[in-house]
Design a protein. Sequence first.
Length: 81
Amino acid sequence: FSVCINDYNYPPEWTNPNVENDYFYESLEECCKGVFGSPECPYIDVCNPTANPTSSPTLSPSESPVVTIITPVPSPAPTIC
């Protein structure tokens, strides 16, 4: 693995009771510890894809245009967001 991620797009084999504890974690910290041996690690948060905040809050809203991303096909399963 290269990152911890919180989406539902995973192989069906991962739900096998004999191996699911190797792939599913209750939190990001548990995943990082289980996979990388550290409480912090590379991750993707599908609920907050722009998780890198600005260095400080801005005084006014962002300028237009706001880019809307439209996916070509629906998600294979609902997300947790």
